[in-house]
Design a protein around this ligand. Structure first.
Ligand code: CA
Length: 229
């Protein structure tokens, strides 16, 4: 179970976020101001910190600097102002992502999961091997045999998801949600374009699998020699 430190001085928002994340299976640790955030962060060493910028006692920026001076705990900043985003990006303070207020809890949950996925992939240098397909998750590279596939970021993510769950059918909406969070839910058909591009790049190579359209549902990856469905 992931430990999540949630730093937010608005009580209602803090409580709501704790409830939502608890419901998603996280262990949540609430903090009300910058000092408490640093205290609890040193005590619990959480897997990820959700950090509001405008906080009493010490600002979120100061908390982030303190955390970064010691380690690489993933941090997602909450910000209400556009000029704060400039500051975050401009100073390269090392936040992993940011979400602007107001936001939906689902959006934040999706971002948290994406950042956690990324950081666990980085640390364990995971690979997916499926017949002659090899995906190096830490380097963001996919190979058929020795040939490096020239994939875009989105194509890469789609391929990873299908290959990790070979044989399982995914709807366009599921693919979109897993790739972007639910903010792109209106554009299901863009998945078709990505899938077609992916197929086109795979075509000249002797891939031992196929991305199959499941009519009225979505897509799945099937390995060669497995034609049942
Ligand atoms: Ca605040």
């Amino acid at each position: 179970m992931y430990n999540l430190l949630i730093v937010e001085d608005e009580e209602q928002l803090r409580q709501m976020l704790c409830e939502q994340f608890t419901g998603e299976g996280f262990n949540t640790i609430p903090a009300r101001d910058g000092d408490e955030a640093i205290e609890l962060w040193s005590e619990y060493k959480p897997d990820l910190v959700v950090l509001d910028i405008m906080l009493p006692v010490r600002s979120g920026i100061e908390v982030l600097k303190k955390i970064r001076s010691e380690d690489n705990t993933p941090v997602i900043m909450l910000t209400a102002r556009v000029d704060e985003i400039d500051k975050l990006l401009g100073l390269e303070l090392g936040a992993d992502d940011y979400v602007t207020k107001p936001f939906s809890p689902r959006e934040l949950i999706a971002r948290v999961k994406a950042v956690l996925r990324r950081s666990s992939n980085n640390s364990s240098e995971r690979q997916i091997v499926l017949q002659n397909l090899r995906i190096d998750l830490s380097r963001y590279e996919a190979f058929i045999g020795d040939v490096l596939l020239p994939l875009t970021g989105t194509e890469f993510k789609i391929l990873v998801m299908l290959a990790e769950n070979s044989g399982q059918v995914f709807s366009r909406l599921q693919l979109l949600e897993r790739i972007y969070g639910d903010i792109y839910a209106g554009y299901e058909r863009t998945i078709d374009t990505h899938i077609n591009n992916l197929r086109r790049k795979l075509e000249p190579l002797a891939a031992a699998f196929e991305i199959k359209t499941v009519y009225g549902v979505g897509y799945k990856l099937i390995e060669a020699g497995n034609n049942n469905g």
